[in-house]
Design a binder for this molecule. Structure first.
Ligand SMILES: O=C(O)c1ccccc1N[C@@H]1O[C@H](COP(=O)(O)O)[C@@H](O)[C@H]1O
Length: 214
């Protein structure tokens, strides 16, 4: 029987990948606004690309420690449904962004060990959703999108006051196990469905969705 799992494909940069994600049943599409990322889009590129997203899919803007001015500039030009805050935004900043911009906010929290778990409860009081991701290595250039997993047993059976998504190193090959071990109802992937950094592979996107929902 098919599982009722909601999938986010993140870091989209071309129409073929959007079409593959939509056809295979993705619920969210992520667009990265972070210049250091190989998945970064300019505002003009994002405006053009988001026009190709079919009705009903949530368009998510991924930002990292963005200022109000940066968020205003993005939202003035690009039709978006959710903000993913993937930097060191404090709980106060999450609440402020949510109030100022009137969009649901998903806060990413990096997990490496038990000590990281209390943050999830804290952010769960101010965000609309949580993204439970692998903690990046100290010397990483990117705070996410590194293709790293964490020990999924750390969050097995844990629940938070808002919906949450599992991320970090997911692939078509491991997503079913990740869902089974953690009980996640939503999953997010970026590098695991690429043929090279920033280059999405439509066949891997389709395979990921099939494996997540199987
Ligand atoms: O994808 C990126 O380039 C990125 C840049 C900065 C912050 C987060 C980023 N991606 C997010 O990271 C997780 C995990 O990605 P992966 O599947 O391990 O490659 C995912 O939520 C992306 O949305």
């Amino acid at each position: 029987m098919a599982r009722d799992i909601r999938v986010k494909i993140c870091g989209l940069r071309d129409a073929a990948a959007i079409e593959a994600a939509a056809q295979a049943g993705a619920a969210y599409l992520g667009f990265v606004f972070f210049a250091k990322s190989p998945r970064h889009l300019s505002i003009a590129e994002a405006r053009t690309l988001t026009r190709q997203v079919p009705e009903g899919l949530a368009k998510v803007a991924l930002t990292v420690n963005a200022t109000d001015a940066e968020l205003e500039a993005i939202l003035a030009e690009v039709p978006l449904d959710m903000l993913q805050l993937h930097g060191k935004e404090s709980p106060e900043r999450v609440a402020e962004v949510r109030a100022k911009f009137g969009l649901p906010v998903m806060k990413a929290v990096g997990v490496a060990d038990e000590a990281d778990l209390p943050q999830l409860a804290e952010y769960g009081r101010v965000a609309d959703q949580l993204l439970v991701d692998a903690k990046p290595p100290k010397d990483a250039t990117l705070p996410g999108g590194n293709g790293l997993t964490f020990d999924w047993r750390l969050i097995a059976g844990r629940r938070w006051p808002v919906p949450w998504m599992l991320a970090g190193g997911l692939t078509p090959e491991n997503v079913a196990t990740a869902i089974q071990l953690t009980g996640a109802r939503q999953v997010d992937v970026s590098s695991g469905v690429e043929s090279a950094p920033g280059v999405k592979d439509p066949a891997r996107i389709a395979a990921f969705l099939k494996a997540a929902m199987a």
